[in-house]
Design a protein around this ligand. Structure first.
Ligand SMILES: Cc1cc2nc3c(=O)[nH]c(=O)nc-3n(C[C@H](O)[C@H](O)[C@H](O)COP(=O)(O)OP(=O)(O)OC[C@H]3O[C@@H](n4cnc5c(N)ncnc54)[C@H](O)[C@@H]3O)c2cc1C
Length: 444
């Protein structure tokens, strides 16, 4: 197993559960991949994942397996305050009714949109429910074009559709694959009344995915090797040989490559896989987080979406980060190409006044800390046409299996997609190894 993000951790646990001997090789000194935490003085800072949805069933099951389900909390009912500077905001919420009636308050309550816009949104939501998310035509279209074809105004796209899409797909509506957008809106909001209820972290990601995974993997008998960067995966007769930088070679009957697409292709360059050259076109999309610690509480909200402001989404991270005095807010900026290179001092000039506009109590508060974390390759660029580039778990090379949120999971690049890919990879390995052993027994 190469790579110990959520995909590799899941695949390793599943393979061990099925009785296989597993070695998990991870280049970094810790487990959890893109979901990790770092220490900044007294603060435990997450790399940026803030939320999951109730419909992330595979991910929730993994948290259960790792024994950390109590480290997260899912809101009882979908509720997202939408703030706007110098105007009364709205609250997007659901009712306790079957889908799609549960979303009626989202429309009635979105005061920032006009009544005709809200009626149009209801019609578009019904059209979304009728879509076949597997239709390849959908993957070729952008969410923005699809919405405009249905008569959605630029304002509705900005105030509702874009708000949700940019957070879920790390892409602006004109840059987002309609197929993936349909998955997000269908599975996340329209197909089940409670699907979109939002889950928050109460403990750092490093604890939940890193430490807990380490314990679970060890208990399952997985040989975990950190600081073990793999430089090449090659065939060695009927078996596999995995070259570890500075660490020799490891032999295996089967290999799961669970690293990001840009890392996977070079590892497999000797195997004659023409499709690997196409993975580069999945590209990457950045997420930037702006972190502010105040000397006092400036808002009572757990989270809020924001329109007509540089702030997209803001989260109260005080609890997960262990802040006891004051309040720690993180502003999450998806599809953040514009500010990836912006200097921290300039972001400070932009975001502190923006927060003061949204939260009047921030005007009197002292800023104890301000810093920025940047993830240039947070997700693949979930653009039109990318559905065709995502490979399935089983490759054309016997014994070589792929995993990762970027593979063809049917989900966007999310924690849920990563865990599902891990399960699929383990099923594939198990089925193939059993078949090979059965064939050998028959031949013998
Ligand atoms: C800032 C940010 C915010 C996000 N927010 C959310 C969110 O709110 N909700 C959500 O659902 N998702 C979110 N995501 C996406 C989510 O984190 C990813 O989809 C998921 O964690 C990917 O898991 P993975 O196992 O596929 O890959 P990764 O986590 O990237 O794991 C791959 C692992 O492979 C290792 N590796 C790479 N090359 C080698 C090598 N040669 N040898 C050995 N090891 C190697 C890496 O070190 C890494 O540990 C966010 C991502 C980021 C970066």
């Amino acid at each position: 197993m190469v790579g110990a993000g959520l995909a590799g951790i899941t695949a390793a646990l599943d393979c061990a559960d099925r009785g296989h001997e597993v070695t998990l090789l991870e280049g970094r000194p810790r487990l959890g991949g893109a979901t990790s935490s770092f220490q900044r003085q007294d603060l435990v800072v997450d790399t940026g994942q803030h939320v999951f949805l109730r419909c992330y069933s595979a991910y929730a099951a993994l948290l259960g397996r790792l024994g950390v389900a109590d480290g997260v909390a899912v809101q009882p009912r979908f509720r997202v305050p939408v703030l706007a500077p110098r105007r009364r905001g709205s609250v997007l919420r659901r009712w306790r009714l079957p889908a799609p009636a549960h979303l009626a308050p989202v429309l009635f309550g979105h005061r920032l949109m006009t009544l005709p816009e809200r009626i149009r949104v209801a019609r578009t939501a019904m059209a979304l429910r009728a879509l076949d998310v597997e239709d390849p035509e959908l993957d070729r279209a952008s969410l923005g074009d699809w919405l405009r074809d249905r008569g959605e105004t630029e304002r509705s796209i900005r105030l509702l559709w874009g708000l949700l899409a940019v957070a879920a797909l790390n892409a602006q509506p004109d840059e987002a694959s309609m197929a993936l957008a349909a998955v997000v809106f269908r599975r996340g909001l329209l197909d089940g009344a409670s699907n979109g209820d939002i889950g928050f972290y109460r403990r750092p990601l490093g604890d939940l995915h890193g430490q807990a995974a380490g314990q679970a993997l060890t208990a399952a008998g997985v040989d975990v090797r950190l600081r073990s960067t793999v430089s090449e995966v090659r065939r060695s007769g009927e078996r596999w040989s995995v070259a570890v930088r500075n660490g020799g070679e490891i032999g295996a009957d089967s290999v799961v490559v669970a690293v990001p697409h840009r890392r996977a292709a070079p590892l497999l360059s000797g195997l004659g896989m023409p499709e690997a050259a196409r993975w580069e076109r999945l590209s990457a999309s950045p997420i930037v987080n702006v972190h502010v610690v105040y000397d006092r509480h400036v808002t009572d909200l757990d989270m809020a979406a924001v329109v007509d402001s540089p702030v997209q989404f803001v989260f109260d991270r005080s609890c997960a980060a262990g802040v006891r005095r004051g309040q720690y807010l993180a502003i999450s900026l998806s599809a953040a190409d514009d500010c990836l290179e912006t200097r921290t001092a300039d972001l400070r000039e932009e975001f502190l006044p923006a927060l003061r506009e949204l939260f009047p109590r921030a005007r009197d508060a002292r800023v104890l800390d301000f810093f920025v974390s940047r993830e240039p390759n947070a997700t693949f660029r979930q653009a039109p046409g990318t559905g065709a580039l995502r490979p399935p778990a089983r490759t054309g090379v016997p014994g070589l299996v792929l995993a990762g949120a970027w593979t063809a999971t049917g989900w966007p690049d999310t924690t849920e997609g990563a865990v599902r890919s891990g399960h699929r990879a383990a099923e594939t390995v198990d089925a193939d190894l059993r078949r090979t052993r059965h064939d050998l027994e028959v031949t013998a």
